[in-house]
Design a protein around this ligand. Structure first.
Ligand code: 9GP
Length: 833
């Protein structure tokens, strides 16, 4: 690798090369220096925000020194690298994570204290980096943490949205969406104005002869937008490896800003061009499991794929290897179908620009890509209309047609005279307008396709992708069950529990080998240990009670059973089932005598989550939860026996407070609909029990922790189809207890019943697609079992400890090693101190 500084001058360079601070005093010096010079503040005007910025800058320096070394190391060893393409990275806050991962949180705490600040207040100043909707984006963030911790040479590629997921405000019980200005005061990114890529859109395709007389296609004219790189350092835990997350931002390309217009005084249209270019990376689409064919979204996808591939190819070409070695050097993972165009773009680069033959190029492409599917919900399997694609990406559409042609020819050979299979697996859906099925390109263009939990992967093979299993054989399809990073979701979110475990196990090694948690089982019967365990849970509940008081004004009794459901609001996740269950409980309490009420286990039902702005039914569910809260929480008959809380603007930093505070949490999707779920893992890892359906990763959680430690209920995935079919033909009986709940709603107990009629009608009149009524009875009776179990404090504690001890499987470290072995074929890079 060529160095820009010649050898004789490197001595001076080495002498003055930056060094990271290594103790409290050095940290303080860096902090004060940044506050006084970078931020131009002083001890006369330094508030918590300035202390945060100074601390973040000091830690950023540390990270970037390691980042530089890591990148050099990766370049010199020249091993195979992994590139994770994800339209979402839900990172949350970075400072606390950086402090813990580099092992300097205690030094920072003391240093800040010396200078007059409390570390918690300083950390609390940071705005979440919320470049994601929910589970899919958070999983990508956990993956980055594990990739760095395990020393894999890996980069993430995403978009630098100016606005991340909207901020949610609850006004009169309704969700309102407010823009999230997360980039104000964000010290964690490095703009790379020298790393830019021109991205083309529209235009048309010309065929021309190359110097050897071969006919090649070239994509000409159209519009050009510039992609500018912003780098975010990703520190591993307990290692020097600091990887890179590269986010692309859009800008008018230099040729695009029309100086002629500008000079002629037409400022407005010159600036308008600029703004049009910038809209590409302006906003994250706030849809979770729900797509709409908006041109801007397709533009985002191509912009990001093309910029990332250009970067990856540029890096590969520096090694001067033959193209055939590309898959030995590069693995690219597609996070859902969003980056599928990267497959087409790679083929275009190889045949149109690099001059490879089709077959040779296609072999390279399929060996390079892997595709992860995260959902069976049909609306999330993206399709783009052919006319839209034709207009925006004319050359790509031609390549897609060619991929389809060759693919269908081979299927035809394999299944002669079977027109049905050809039309079912064709990339082009023969609808009006015709549609391009992106998931099919992702399958055809990858060497491995995986789902994210066993049930989910099995369902993919037996339903959505069945034909492809018949075509390619079952080995192309695999499962990699999700996990979470224990650094953020145990050590950072629950420091007291992490310390207690470390004390018992003789160190924090479990944070990098989560299976070591199994040693905790030896202490299940240790009275003193149980007491400490219970004490930590109480403190965490107090911390949540304070958040509830500060954000909603409601005071909750921390002795109550905390029952929590936090995730995106969606009919399939069934927050409606939960709130109907709450109403059922409320009605029961209202009907009790004073004596009977004494036996009730007090509960706090906590909800949190955002609804996609256009998802009206989900918004109706939020509205109902808030209306029920207003009635129940102010009913003196009920008092502390039941409180209903909706936590506004649920995000990663709130989840860090919420997850450690649950007694029970709810993962109650209609069986067969949730890909995996990952908050189920976070809650159990923090000593909460769960109530759930046999869906997603709940099934594997049950297998690991034992069915005596989980509350399962409801119909099974294999029964769902049949039940829906029966409903469709009128075989439907509303559950009697649910009927009483609906009557209360219709009697305007929670405000105008008209506001909720669509919700009740979707169950009573329109087929109850999500089987709320079918599962209601087992849901409420299982909750009675939860109450019963909670009364036995010692048993409950034993369940909690045993479950945590058996959660070793659900670390993203295990997940990443599985991807590395079975899909990417990459090795970690040895890092010396
Ligand atoms: O809905 C799934 C969720 O179950 C899963 O845990 C997560 C991560 O794999 O991905 C979600 N899928 C999406 O958000 C869109 O496919």
């Amino acid at each position: 690798v060529e160095a820009s500084i010649p050898e004789p001058l490197r001595e001076a360079w080495r002498k003055y090369s930056a060094h990271e601070f290594t103790n409290k005093d050095e940290f303080e010096r860096e902090l004060v220096r940044h506050i006084e010079t970078t931020l131009a503040r002083s001890l006369y005007n330094c508030d918590d925000l300035a202390a945060y910025s100074g601390t973040a800058l000091a830690f950023r320096d540390r990270l970037i020194i390691e980042w530089n070394r890591t990148q050099q190391r990766q370049t010199f060893t020249d091993q195979k690298r992994v590139y994770y393409l994800s339209l979402e990275f839900l990172m949350g806050r970075a400072l606390d994570n950086a402090m813990l991962n580099v092992g300097m949180k205690d030094a920072a705490r003391e240093g800040l204290q010396d200078l007059g600040f409390r570390i918690e207040d300083v950390i609390g100043q940071e705005h979440d980096a919320a470049l994601g909707n929910g589970g899919l984006g958070r999983l990508a963030a956990c993956f980055l943490d594990s990739l760095a911790t395990l020393n894999y040479p890996a980069w993430g590629y995403g978009l630098r949205y100016r606005y991340g997921i909207f901020k949610q405000e609850i006004v009169n019980g309704y969700q309102m969406e407010v823009p999230d200005y997360w980039l104000d005061n964000n010290p964690w990114e490095f703009p790379r104005h020298d790393i830019t890529v021109d991205i083309q859109f529209y235009g048309h395709v010309k065929k021309k002869q190359d110097e050897n007389g071969k006919l090649v296609a070239s994509w000409v004219e159209g519009e050009v937008v510039q992609a500018v790189a912003y780098d975010v350092p990703i520190p591993g835990y307990g290692t020097k490896t600091t990887n890179n997350l590269r986010l692309w931002s859009s800008k008018a390309s230099s040729g695009e800003f029309d100086f002629q217009k500008f000079n002629a005084g037409d400022y407005e249209s010159a600036v308008a061009d600029q703004q049009t270019a910038e809209t590409i990376s302006a906003v994250l689409y706030p849809n979770d499991n729900l797509e709409r064919g908006k041109e801007l979204r397709l533009k985002q996808q191509y912009f990001w794929c093309a910029a990332s591939l250009y970067d990856i190819v540029r890096r590969f070409k520096k090694t001067k290897r033959a193209w055939s070695e590309f898959p030995d050097q590069v693995a690219i993972q597609l996070n859902d179908t969003h980056p599928t165009l990267a497959i087409v773009e790679m083929q275009r680069i190889l045949i149109d620009i690099e001059g490879l033959e089709w077959d040779e190029a296609w072999t390279i492409v399929t060996k390079t890509f892997g595709y992860t599917n995260h959902t069976v919900l049909p609306e999330a399997l993206e399709k783009w209309s052919v006319p839209l694609m034709q207009n925006l990406l004319p050359r790509h559409l031609q390549i897609i047609y060619d991929i389809n042609l060759y693919f269908l020819q081979s299927v035809e050979k394999q299944f002669p005279n079977n027109r049905e299979i050809l039309s079912r697996v064709s990339i082009i859906e023969e609808s009006h307008p015709k549609m391009v099925r992106m998931a099919y390109i992702a399958i055809i263009g990858s060497h491995k396709v995986n789902g994210v939990a066993e049930l989910h992967s099995d369902l993919l093979k037996s339903t959505l992708f069945k034909d492809f299993v018949d075509i390619y054989g079952v080995d192309r399809f695999t499962n990699v069950t999700n996990g979470v990073t224990p650094r953020r979701w145990l050590h950072q979110a629950n420091p007291a529990l992490s310390s207690l475990i470390a004390e018992k196990l003789g160190g924090h090694e479990f944070l990098t080998d989560l299976t070591l948690l199994d040693k905790l089982e030896a202490f299940v019967d240790d009275k003193d240990f149980r007491r400490q365990w219970a004490h930590i849970k109480s403190d965490n509940k107090l911390r949540l009670a304070k958040l509830i008081k500060d954000t909603t004004g409601y005071k909750v009794n921390p002795e109550s059973l905390f029952d929590i459901q936090v995730k995106r609001i969606h009919e399939y996740k069934r927050q409606q089932l939960n709130i109907f269950g709450v109403i059922h409980r409320y009605l029961k309490i209202k009907g009790m005598s004073a004596e009977e009420r004494k036996k009730v286990v007090p509960r706090v039902s906590v909800f949190g989550g955002k609804a996609a702005p256009g998802y009206w039914m989900a918004k109706t569910i939020i509205h109902l939860i808030n209306k029920v809260a207003a009635v129940v929480n102010n009913d003196s008959d009920v008092g502390d026996l039941l409180k209903v809380i909706f936590i506004e603007d649920y995000n990663v930093s709130k989840a860090e407070i919420i997850c450690p505070a649950s007694d029970i949490s709810e993962h109650i999707s209609t069986a067969g609909t949730e890909g995996s779920g990952t908050s189920n893992m976070k809650f159990v890892l923090n000593g909460g029990l769960i109530i759930g359906t046999c869906d997603g990763a709940n099934i594997e959680i049950t297998r690991e922790i034992g069915d005596q430690n989980i509350f399962l209920f409801g119909n099974l995935a294999e029964d769902v189809e049949d039940l829906r079919h029966r409903h469709f033909y009128g075989d439907f009986q509303l559950d009697p207890a649910l009927e009483k709940v609906f009557k209360a709603i219709k009697d305007n107990m929670f405000g105008d019943a008209g506001d909720f009629s669509a919700l009740t009608a979707s169950i009573e009149e329109h087929g109850d697609y999500y089987l709320v009524s079918d599962d209601f009875h087992s849901y409420v009776t299982t909750h009675e079992m939860v109450d019963e179990a909670f009364l036995n404090k010692e048993e409950w504690l034993a369940k909690s400890i045993t479950s945590v001890a058996r959660m070793g499987f659900f670390s993203t470290d295990r997940v990443i090693n599985e991807y590395a072995d079975s899909i990417w074929n990459v090795e970690p890079l040895a890092v010396k101190d």
